[in-house]
Design a protein around this ligand. Structure first.
Ligand code: PBG
Length: 326
């Protein structure tokens, strides 16, 4: 008789056996749900390029959060949409004490004290230039941007943020922000650094959501070149040395190798941002009947965990939670 000594298919013969040998798993508590807040009341506006994702005014956001937390989701990442009239060169609105974004953070913390609230530390939603850093003579300047990031971070920490997400790829920002927070006695506020954030085409739908696309040029002088891997390790090393609590890779799908490299090289948790364009691709195909959206979603999320991410920022958080809770 033909003799095959090792038959890997035996470990796939039934659902029970497949589950027994499954190496990676997904939990609802792995997800951070990115959400968009805007000014006003009774607002719920669908983001055109992100079917199923909305910008909420605070009242509706609080209602939505009841659903989100009831599903077992433990973390959100909140982004503000500001009207053009509130934007300026210096992103001053970002640290004005009674600006709606900061008030929203406080209101959420009050109503959902157990929820981990992550915030975004970058100038773009508040910048009349639509860039993540301060623009001088058509250039994005680094060190002057850090001073603004410090003020923004402190304001978010005071408002009740649990985790700050510096997302602009300026040099030295983690050290600057950590020092600034500590000097003001916010030693318990965490930093999840966008360590390896690439200049990617996959952020398009997000910029629609925030109406925050750059007014000139692109983000290539600060976000990373998709061709580079060693540079990601350097960025991660610096953020680690500067005191980041968690490191993030963004986007996720075209950068699974980077997630793995960071996971293998750093003993702090690695997060991955399954970005807006990655969400939009699956949604568009599913809405056209071209693929099974639920299966594609679960496969993608699992693959990000398999690559080595401990937690995943994903617009699929709710839908995946519903499936996982079943
Ligand atoms: C900006 C920021 C971006 C995202 C998160 N924070 C966009 C950008 O860098 O242009 C993208 C998220 C997504 O695409 O889902 N600081």
């Amino acid at each position: 008789m033909f003799n095959i000594s090792r038959r890997p298919r035996r470990n796939r013969k039934s659902s029970a056996v497949r589950d027994l040998v499954q190496e990676t798993s997904l939990q609802v508590s792995d997800f951070i749900f990115p959400m968009f807040v805007q000014e006003g009341s009774n607002q719920k506006v669908e983001v055109k390029s992100m079917p199923g994702i909305y910008r909420y005014s605070l009242d509706n956001l609080l209602e939505e959060l009841k659903e989100v937390t009831d599903l077992g989701i433990r973390g959100i990442d909140l982004f503000p949409n500001y009207p053009e009239s509130k934007k300026d060169k210096f992103a001053s609105e970002s640290y004005r004490e009674d600006t709606f974004y900061l008030k929203a953070i406080t209101a959420i913390k009050e109503k959902f004290p157990e929820l981990a609230i992550m915030t975004d530390v970058a100038m773009d939603p508040y910048s009349s230039d639509g860039h993540d850093g301060l623009v001088e003579d058509g250039k994005i300047v680094n060190d002057a941007t850090l001073e603004i990031l410090g003020k923004m971070s402190l304001a978010q920490a005071k408002a009740g943020a649990d985790i700050l997400g510096p997302s602009d790829m300026m040099d030295g920002r983690v050290r600057y922000i950590r020092q600034y927070l500590d000097d003001h006695k916010f030693t318990d506020v965490s930093i999840m650094s966008y360590s390896a954030k690439y200049a990617s085409a996959f952020y398009g739908p997000f910029r629609d959501a925030l109406e925050s696309a750059p007014k000139f040029g692109d983000k290539k002088t600060y976000q990373m070149n998709p061709a580079n891997k060693r540079e990601a390790l350097l960025e991660a090393q610096q953020d680690f040395d500067e005191g980041a609590d968690m490191l993030m890779v963004k986007p996720a799908l075209s950068y699974l190798d980077i997630i793995r490299d960071l996971d293998q090289n750093f003993d702090i948790p690695i997060a991955a941002y399954n970005v807006s364009g990655e969400y939009a691709m699956i949604k568009a195909a599913a809405l056209n009947g071209w693929l099974d959206g639920d299966r594609a979603m679960m496969e993608v999320l699992l693959s990000i965990r398999r690559a080595g991410a401990k937690c995943i920022l994903t617009y699929f958080a709710k839908e995946a939670a519903i499936i996982l809770n079943h």
